[in-house]
Design a binder for this molecule. Structure first.
Ligand SMILES: Nc1ncnc2c1ncn2[C@@H]1O[C@H](COP(=O)(O)OP(=O)(O)O)[C@@H](O)[C@H]1O
Ligand SMILES: [Mg+2]
Length: 378
């Protein structure tokens, strides 16, 4: 009798992208990078796109379908072939179904891990993570609470301050406050001193953010932010260099790993700050240098603080932590991103590349961390 060893089955990775947030196109561009780089000899890839309407579909695995071509932004469009996910089934393994109207749903087979390449609300904010928890599906990155805290520019500051990290002066205008006491709200904001940065509490990619130079511009800036989120965060402008650190969860019981810090420097030109155009449209507007040109003790310090910020929110998987380095030598934390820009040329993968971990290996590492971890209590 001969026994044949079955070929070891490869983990099946559901690459999930697009989504309902204003960062839909950015997510597609990330997916193009990941679909190109993911090691197909190690993983079976199931590409699933989420249309702006929220519908999930089985989509093309061809990176070219999602890359940024000249001025056309990639977009997932809803198809008749909707992908649906069941709820937890007591451990028999999670299956996805493809359902077209009028036909019997077809199984896509089991999924071992989800790689959510989604930015912003309904992707990076804990809602998707909650859905995956309910379905007993493993996924890459932060859990429910850490995602929600990392998405909210108000609560992340509360958590950072409680952990002893320095946050800049800020105030919050809730929907009720703005509707019942707009004058007081404006006065409270103006008291921080101009220039101010007015931001939707839960957005990203600089969308809805304005730099306001004087009281005249305040109301319009608040209304603009409110178009993204009824909760608005207003911050005193901080003079300083923008320093970022890529954080990767440690293996086993190890603490977080941190990359060499990078610096985003705005080139002289049309952009006074790192706005949407500078991030995605005008490639020459900002320059990344990594490692940042800073004394060794400052580089060490910012890495320690980045690890502390990751732990403060209960981070898992990955995060990018952004600071201002002020002329008087303080490191003020700006924000944490639990699903940072992840195209091959984005800061996060670039900083790891400079630190010796390439893009394909980084994807591998993230999937490995997610496969090691069970669902629940996250
Ligand atoms: N308090 C601030 N002081 C100075 N510049 C700021 C401040 N807040 C934001 N900025 C500028 O705006 C950019 C985007 O703000 P950020 O809070 O990082 O929003 P996003 O989550 O959209 O990236 C920053 O990279 C920085 O250039
Ligand atoms: Mg930012």
């Amino acid at each position: 009798m001969t026994t044949e060893t079955p070929a070891p089955s490869k983990p099946r990775v559901l690459v999930l992208f697009g989504g309902r947030s204003s960062e839909h196109a950015v997510s597609c561009v990330t997916a193009a990078g990941v679909l190109e780089a993911i090691d197909r000899s190690r993983y079976d890839v199931i590409p699933v796109g989420i249309a702006k309407s929220g519908q999930w579909s089985l989509v093309s695995a061809d990176p070219a379908a999602w890359s940024l071509r000249s001025d056309v932004l990639p977009e997932v469009t809803a198809t008749a072939q909707a992908v649906v996910m069941g709820t937890a089934d007591g451990g028999a393994g999670q299956e996805l179904l493809v359902a077209a109207p009028g036909s019997v749903p077809e199984s896509l087979g089991g999924v071992d891990v989800v790689l959510p390449l989604l930015h912003g609300p309904f992707g990076e904010d804990g809602t998707l993570q909650g859905l995956l928890e309910m379905a007993d599906m493993r996924y890459v990155g932060a859990g429910v609470l850490a995602s929600a805290v990392g998405m909210d520019k108000h609560f992340m500051k509360v958590v950072f301050a409680a952990a002893g990290l320095e946050v800049g002066p800020y105030t919050v205008i809730s929907d009720r406050q703005w509707r019942t006491e707009p004058e007081d709200s404006c006065e409270r904001a103006a008291a921080l001193g101009f220039p101010l940065f007015v931001k939707p509490a839960r957005a990203g990619s600089s969308m809805g953010i304005s730099r306001v130079e004087d009281p005249d511009g305040l109301r319009a800036a608040i209304e603009k932010a409110r178009a993204f989120d009824p909760k608005v965060v207003i911050e005193a402008g901080i003079e300083g260099r923008e320093i970022e650190v890529a954080v990767l969860q440690g293996r086993g019981l190890d603490g977080p790993r941190t990359s060499l810090p990078g610096e985003i420097a705005m080139q002289p030109g049309d952009h006074a700050w790192y706005d949407f155009e500078a991030k995605y449209v005008d490639g020459a507007a900002a320059e990344l240098s990594c490692p940042a040109d800073l004394p060794d003790d400052v580089l060490d310090c910012v890495r320690v603080l980045a690890g502390e910020a990751f732990d403060a929110i209960g981070g898992e998987g990955l995060s990018r932590v952004d600071f201002f380095y002020t002329p008087d030598g303080r490191l003020v934390i700006n924000e944490i991103n639990t699903m940072p820009g992840f195209t091959p040329i984005s800061m996060y993968p670039q900083m790891w590349a400079k630190s010796g971990l390439g893009y394909t290996e980084l994807i591998d590492e993230l999937i490995g961390l997610a496969l090691e971890r069970s669902t629940g209590l996250r």
